[in-house]
Design a protein around this ligand. Sequence first.
Ligand code: ADP
Ligand code: F6P
Length: 323
Amino acid sequence: MKRIAVLTSGGDAPGMNAAIRAVVRTGIVKSWEIYGVEQGYSGLIAGTIRQMGARDVSNIIQLGGTILGSARCPEFKTEEGRLRAIRELRKRDIDGLVVIGGNGSQTGAHALSEMGFPVVGVASTIDNDLYGSEITIGVDTALNIALEAIDRLKVTASSHQRAFLIEVMGRDCGYLALMSGIAGGAEAIVIPEVETQPEEIARELRGAYERGKAHAIVVVAEGAQHDAEELEQYFKTHKERLGFELRVTRLGHIQRGGQPGAFDRLLATRLGAAAVRCLERGEYNVLVGLNKSEITTTPLSEVVATKKEIDLDLIELAQELAR
Ligand code: ADP
Ligand code: F6P
């Protein structure tokens, strides 16, 4: 019999619960003992680890967030912290760990695996900045939440002949902003991957105004070189350059807290089950992800060493569409 543990780490993402459920239930089917770790790597170090049965994951597939809790844990970045974590796992004879999380969490998973503990990562973050999975758990739901907000803001923007600057999450990655901007029909999209000067955006907005548009939407990624705050300041002092009156909305954590949609529930279920299969066949120190519609594994060493690139064609398309 095997004993495995599962944890969720970093920023929570809609679908994490579906992944936990899949790990617990597919593990139980193999007659393994499954342990849930509370609050990510903090719980691993503190030893807040409990056995989970099939009923412990009842009625959670539709819930956002994570029933195990999540945390940012600076101590895990130290070797001493990771040694303490390994001690807690070994004390319970746990011989494998599933880490559901994003870039930072998988860096931690890799560091743990380098110290000889078998780990399998499950790609989960709304940022979609993780190499090894074309799309990660939570992205689709977060995107739909951002899109709904953009649609609503567009309605009021049109009524009042206004421009809206909408800041979306994504840390240093422009994926959420780019995709929600394209799908929401934005007049301008500002992402970290492309340097955009405030004057360029002002020109876009003025152009939209002069072409007779009733509104203008600018989607700004939080990690953009000139972020929403800076752009707002610029536009406040250069009102005449816009044409439109401007309002600013920061979507923030609203994008993270949603109920997972069908895509994320299914992705999370498939990835969670795949992680258990990896542990079963002894394929450790990999990330399970989705690539070209297939479940794949990528070595964690490659995942942490490679930057996920954004599709430059889509950036060009976004610019063409904003006429
Ligand atoms: P995400 O996984 O969503 O990207 P973070 O970047 O906050 O979130 O990372 C989550 C946690 O992963 C951190 O709080 C830390 O415990 C762990 N982690 C991040 N980077 C490292 C690292 N270089 N070494 C070990 N652990 C790390
Ligand atoms: O990684 C997910 C994410 O929501 C990022 O988009 C954002 O930059 C960050 O987490 C916010 O972190 P916190 O929840 O700690 O404010």
